[in-house]
Write a protein that binds this ligand. Structure first.
Ligand code: HEC
Length: 166
């Protein structure tokens, strides 16, 4: 009986310990989504210019789909996953300014990107690609992808959203 109560106590403790982190993950997904949709403006510029981009021009959803997020029909620049090819995660047949679909498979599975050796993202390399346009293999992105003045917290929130597959 005592052992049972002890076990139950441990379970309750575990539930209590897990609950806040789950809540924090949801908060991060929400914050990441707001940035992805441009509801929270990010500091951004074109790779070739110092001038800041308007929030409507720099929002990720203009060029990428992400877990649970697709550009509205009519303005949709990103092809659906069914049209994806193995090299560009869905951006294969689309105009140059449209980016690949962003989700856990695209980011976490090692794959050759832009002719570099196979690479995968983690939270730190996502920050680097957003800030400097350099991918995990050290290859520079096409200048169509803007450069973002994101801080560590914002990067982490975008990372949580993009790998959440919600
Ligand atoms: C104006 C269009 C545009 C916007 C806005 C944009 N991107 Fe991109 N993004 C691109 C293009 C185009 C590429 C592909 C570049 C290449 O392959 O060289 C890309 C590539 C990426 C990659 C690299 C994927 C890989 O497989 O290496 C990530 C990550 C990414 N974008 C995240 C974001 C996030 C997050 C935002 C918003 C904060 C954003 N992008 C906004 C156009 C855009």
């Amino acid at each position: 009986m005592l052992a049972l109560a002890g076990g139950l106590g441990k379970l309750l403790l575990l539930a209590w310990l897990l609950a806040p982190s789950q809540g924090q993950a949801n908060d991060a997904v929400r914050a990441g989504r707001a940035m992805f949709l441009g509801e929270t403006a990010l500091l951004a510029r074109l790779a070739t210019q110092q001038q800041a981009l308007a929030a409507t021009a720099s929002r990720c959803i203009n060029c990428h789909s992400a877990p649970g997020l697709r550009p509205a029909t009519g303005t949709a620049p990103v092809p659906s996953a069914s049209t994806s090819n193995s090299t560009r995660n869905g951006a294969g047949a689309s105009p140059a300014s449209y980016g690949p679909a962003l989700n856990s498979a695209a980011l976490l599975q090692p794959q050759a990107r832009r002719g570099g050796p196979p690479s995968r993202y983690d939270a730190a390399s996502l920050c680097r690609v957003l800030r400097d346009g350099v991918d995990p293999a050290g290859v520079m992105l096409n200048p169509a992808m803007p450069r973002y003045g994101v801080d560590d917290v914002q990067c982490r929130q975008l990372w949580t959203l993009l790998t959440s597959d919600l």
